[in-house]
Design a protein around this ligand. Structure first.
Ligand code: SAM
Length: 181
């Protein structure tokens, strides 16, 4: 099952930090790609890909001008769509159905205001509690449920830096000493 994330309505400056965190969370929890819509932010995309270079894996981030075309295309090739919104069906109620569908999943996270066509086109409108919070928190919890906790054991190919988990201090293996970061 391929997992992509679509981040709606990015605004350069105002959303830079939170959209960067959407990308890093998506990657850390096992998504293959983030589609970025709203304002095209090449600096943000370069920053994320720089982190991917250092920490490994095959994650990508790409700008999409017309996100509705992406949604339509995703559906036309059999993919399913999860739209994260506080108004949706609770994630813990719906997660088995999503896991069992056996299709590629596009997870949509909103910005300030989400158009009704997104709600209408979603296979599932899904909430992570019915309280307002954050796209990053909602994404992390939903991906955690989708992965059944397997994100703790993901292997990110060809990293420069690799953390050795430790209770105290910092232990990092550096695989390419010719690179300077
Ligand atoms: N009114 C919005 C909503 O429908 O969830 C809250 C806007 S919030 C600033 C931006 C994004 O965070 C939302 O579009 C949604 O993707 C996500 N989000 C916030 N709270 C959520 C919740 N309780 N469950 C799922 N997603 C949530």
């Amino acid at each position: 099952m391929k997992v992509h994330v679509l981040r709606l309505d990015h605004r350069i400056g105002r959303d830079t930090r939170i959209t960067t965190h959407v990308c890093l969370t998506a990657r850390a929890f096992g998504a293959d790609k983030v589609w970025l819509s709203g304002e095209e932010d090449t600096h943000l995309m370069d920053t994320v890909m720089d982190i991917v270079d250092r920490w490994g894996g095959n994650f990508h981030v790409e700008y999409v001008k017309n996100y509705l075309s992406l949604i339509k295309h995703w559906q036309s090739v059999g993919g399913r769509i999860v739209h994260l919104t506080m108004y949706g069906e609770q994630a813990n109620e719906i997660i088995d159905e999503v896991k069992e569908c056996g299709r590629d999943i596009l997870i949509i996270v909103g910005g300030s205001k989400v158009p009704s066509k997104v709600y209408k086109n979603a296979t599932w409108n899904v909430s992570v509690t019915n309280q307002p919070h954050s796209e990053v928190a909602a994404l992390a919890v939903f991906q955690h449920l989708l992965m059944d906790g397997k994100e703790f054991n993901l292997d990110f190919e060809d990293p420069v830096f690799e953390i050795v988990p430790t209770l105290h201090g910092k232990n990092v293996n550096i695989h390419d000493e010719n690179k300077h970061y």
